[in-house]
Design a binder for this molecule. Structure first.
Ligand SMILES: [Zn+2]
Length: 432
């Protein structure tokens, strides 16, 4: 027998087996605990530099995520977290995010070299053994660069294991099953005084009902749990600096974020995470008690909107579209385009595209048969799925799937591409 003929197939079998083993995702219960490791950190940045320092780590309640999915459903976001076993280097968990730091890095202030510091949180399922946690940020070519790497021992005595504060009141709004099997949303209160607890509950129920009246949330309501956690603020409302209004509130929400009047975001991330931690959650929705127009949303970080503006419902679904499914804005803004995108680079977000090449249309399988590409922005194409120019802040060269969408091109419903992206996230994070 020719030994070489015998050894070669054996060698190939061994190599293939090793490769396959290397790509087999680990089982949750073999490498992770059913707890949440919350890593709070300070992210200091200018346009070209990132300095990440851990603030505090916490081991908190059960992991709310789907234990059968230890990586996101798609590549998206402007930063990533990846967790490796410190000894075997096996990848245990990963996810993507978009945080306000990415937006700051595109401002004129950051381009001039001025550093600014933001408090951020990343949450991972608690590992059983020491892990290497890597944070990476994307440039405008969508290339990832490591910005932080640290070995973390889950048994370290420096990791806090506190219970949620007894001052926070949790209300169960919609309970459909175990957090592992459902998408868990938590509303947290901002700018509600003690005497406004009833109003907060009423507002949360109103917006929960609204969310589940919009496709594709409507058809998937049974895949969700919804919680609300209340902590009273000293005053009603939020900071509106351009009107000279400053309120003492639990989450320090403020308009005029990054110099944009209507841009309202949270400036006390630590407190928001403390309050949200009273419920098992996948997604945070901060609800601010004001009638001022505005809000903000960050993929896999949080979204916020306001309770009493006449457009609050559409602002809620718009901002939630950002935070829940990493959707892009579909409106046009000359100022914002260069902060987010670069000509010739296909965006990662599922609802906008720069590609027109036949066979490469991002949502080719959704296109209305016979629709012209690009699709004219005319009434006869309303309700059709095509490629409508004007999206991702660009008037030219970027396309959206429908004439109208709540992500920015007018309307209260999500377009075809947004609906599909949301459905994928729901299916990824829950069971039927
Ligand atoms: Zn859309």
């Amino acid at each position: 027998m020719n030994r070489r003929r015998f050894l070669l197939p054996l060698l190939i079998t061994l190599v293939v087996s090793a490769l396959c083993l290397g790509h087999t995702p680990p089982r949750f219960e073999d490498v992770l605990e059913d707890k949440t490791l919350r890593i709070d950190y300070y992210h200091t940045a200018n346009a070209n530099e990132d300095i990440v320092c851990i603030d505090q780590m916490y081991i908190t309640g059960p992991w709310a995520g789907n234990p059968r999915q230890l990586a996101p459903e798609a590549e998206n976001g402007r930063s990533t977290v990846t967790v490796f076993d410190a000894q075997t280097h096996e990848r245990l968990y990963s996810n993507y995010m978009l945080t306000i730091v990415f937006e700051y890095k595109g401002t004129e202030e950051a381009r001039k070299g001025l550093h600014r510091t933001f408090h951020q949180t990343v949450r991972i399922p608690c590992p059983q053994r020491p892990v290497r946690v890597v944070l990476e940020g994307r440039d405008l070519d969508n290339q990832l660069h490591a910005i932080f790497e640290r070995t973390i021992d889950p048994n370290s005595v420096t990791i806090k294991k506190e219970l949620p504060s007894p001052q926070d009141r949790r209300v169960d709004i919609l309970c459909n099953g175990h957090p592992h099997d459902k998408v868990d949303l938590v509303f947290v209160s901002e700018g509600y005084r003690e005497c406004e607890f009833e109003k907060f509950k009423k507002d949360v129920r109103r917006y929960t009902d609204y969310l589940f009246s919009v496709t594709p949330f409507r058809e998937n309501q049974s895949r969700f749990n919804v919680w609300a956690v209340f902590r009273a603020s000293a005053e009603s409302g939020v900071d509106i600096p351009h009107k000279g209004i400053f309120k003492n509130t639990v989450l320090s929400a403020s308009y005029n974020t990054l110099g944009v009047a209507r841009y309202c975001t949270i400036f006390d991330n630590k407190t928001m995470r403390d309050i949200a931690g009273a419920a098992p959650y996948d997604h945070i929705i901060a609800l601010a008690n004001t009638s001022e127009y505005g809000g903000g949303g960050f993929a896999n970080d949080y979204c916020m909107f306001t309770s009493d503006d006449k457009r609050s419902e559409e602002i809620f679904t718009h901002e939630f579209g950002h935070s829940f499914a990493g959707l892009a804005d579909e409106y046009i803004s000359k100022e914002l385009f260069p902060m987010y995108y670069k000509r010739g680079v296909e965006p990662l977000e599922p609802n906008i595209t720069a590609w027109l090449k036949p066979g490469q249309v991002k949502w080719a399988h959704l296109l209305t048969p016979g629709v012209p590409l690009p699709t004219p922005a005319e009434d006869e194409f309303d309700g059709k799925v095509g490629l409508f120019e004007g999206a991702g802040y660009a008037k030219k060269g970027m396309y959206r799937s429908c004439l109208h969408c709540v992500m920015g091109a007018g309307g209260l419903e999500f377009c075809a591409a947004c609906r599909e992206a949301i459905r994928k996230v729901i299916e990824h994070q829950s069971c039927p």
